[in-house]
Design a binder for this molecule. Sequence first.
Ligand code: SAM
Length: 309
Amino acid sequence: MRLMQHKKEAYWFYRYLSIFYDKLVNPLFWTERMRESSLDEGHWEDGEKLKVIDVGSGTGFTTEGIVRRVPAANVTCVDQSPHQMSHARQKAALQDCTFQLGDAENLPFPDDTFDRYVSAGSIEYWPNPQQGINESYRVIKPGGWAMLIGPLEPKQAFSKFVANTWMLFPPDEDYKRWYLEAGFVDVHYRYIKPHWQENEHYGISIVGRKLSSGKSPNAAAVAARSRETSLVNAEQEGMTLGRGVLMAGRVLVGSTAGFLFIPMALVGYVTAPLRGIPGPYEPLNREQKLVLAGLGLLAVGLLARALRR
Ligand SMILES: C[S@@+](CC[C@H](N)C(=O)[O-])C[C@H]1O[C@@H](n2cnc3c(N)ncnc32)[C@H](O)[C@@H]1O
């Protein structure tokens, strides 16, 4: 399993990332335009009446798109990170939402509770993605739709290696297979990307409909497999020092990789016109400009030092 595809590691990663998540992460990797284009696939007719669950809701960026389509009082946000959730709770548009800490792979709700399920950018951290998708099936009512938004495996060899070492970046066949195995029908999808990316298949928004009530038809098989994994995990967790050191190492390396993606993406962002990527370009915010200015100063400093030698 990848460095950050673990619940505890993801918890610690977001303990710190949540501080600047809205300012530096989403505006680069999960923009408003991507969010709106994804959510447009979600079957929002009769929006006033729909009860929605947003899983891995984080700081509430996707939830802000959901409450444009249904009343905030009908929306339940679930995340395992109290730090991410505390930012969502402060947003004016989300004041009427319900917030609940919980695990995407074991949602704290009875079968057939919601009309729509949305999860954006969270599957990367789920140790057992099929179990998470089965949960999306279980908690929606018959006739309801579940939407999952996630990154795709990069095509270029080096990016693919880095992505796969870091988190879960599945190929699109995996998303489709997980949806079909969970029991969804009428599965359809759309590819998404931020403007500065050349790769048209950067991310996917996949949607499926549940027909009959209750759990996913493959729930028993997947639960048995996941019991085996949790036994292995429990045994590993028994070695507290070993497990602790391993986790700290993963969080450190995984977080460093995560934080390095931000300046790399910013450079990609500003060089997009030079690489012939057509606009319209989304404007940079103040924090992004500050990081870019810092990068510029660093480059000038390094150049001056090299010239002095
Ligand atoms: C990249 S953020 C996406 C947040 C939000 N959906 C958005 O659109 O900005 C991923 C979120 O998934 C949450 N997460 C990761 N694993 C989870 C799990 N097993 N159960 C619930 N939330 C999880 C993290 O805490 C984090 O807030």
